[in-house]
Design a protein around this ligand. Structure first.
Ligand code: DX5
Ligand code: ZN
Length: 220
């Protein structure tokens, strides 16, 4: 069984001490940096933009996983590649021509992901799953950290895993929102490969130990 990955979400970091928190992730057992970009249109919140992402990627020593919660993401694919993104995930609900968008992301040398809102059915990926390096199942409604995990996520992970196996796809399953030590094992057992964790990691008193513990649970 391949190793399950932990991706701390920088949205929950202390922005007044951003370099310190980036170094914490560098020094931890985490695998990826999860970076949430919000435009205040696709989601009712604005996070941060290019200058902050640039500052992060200059210090980060692990895979940069960018989650775009923005309308018309095609406009910025090249920019996110130049800023050092390794994985670029767009929202299914924000893409009129999803297939074209995925090809454009890959053409820039990045892995291509799609995120699904809690109301978006897994079956809608039937015709794109073989083009997807990653599917991010939102386990909260996107826009904010610190929300409660939606229980139906387990069913969606199982459905997605079945689709991936049936189609012979090579797609990683990422879970984003409300991930803690309480749901990590069940998510992995259902088929999850990457667990994003924001508040659970950054609001804990010993962040290194929290990452270590989550990684151990995910790989138990
Ligand atoms: C929500 C973001 C998440 C968020 C997760 O819109 O996509 O990545 O930062 O934060 P927690 O783990 O606190 O739910
Ligand atoms: Zn996210």
């Amino acid at each position: 069984m391949s190793s399950k990955l932990i991706a701390p979400s920088v949205l929950a970091a202390d922005f007044a001490n951003l370099q310190r928190d980036i170094e914490m992730v560098n020094n931890s057992e985490a695998d990826w940096f999860h970076i949430d970009i919000m435009d205040g249109v696709f989601v009712p919140n604005i996070s941060f933009g290019m200058p902050v992402l640039k500052a992060i990627t200059e210090h980060a020593k692990k895979t940069i996983d960018v989650h775009l919660m923005i309308v018309d993401p095609d406009r910025y694919i090249k920019t996110f590649a130049e800023l050092g993104s390794d994985v670029l995930t767009v929202h299914y609900e924000a893409c009129t021509h999803l297939h074209r968008t995925l090809q454009a992301i890959k053409a820039e040398g990045m892995k291509a992901g799609v995120a699904l809102n809690p109301h978006t059915n897994i079956n809608l990926l039937e015709d794109t799953i073989n083009d997807l390096d990653l599917v991010c199942i939102m386990s909260v409604n996107p826009g904010f950290g610190g929300q409660n995990f939606i229980e139906n996520t387990y069913n969606k992970v199982k459905q997605l895993k079945e689709l991936i196996v049936r189609k012979g796809a090579n797609t990683q399953i990422e879970i984003d929102g409300g991930v803690t030590d309480k749901n990590a094992k069940r998510l992995v057992d259902a088929g999850a490969d990457v667990l994003v964790a924001g508040s659970y990691v950054f609001k804990s008193s010993n962040q290194l130990e929290t990452v270590k513990g989550l990684k151990a649970i995910a790989n138990s």
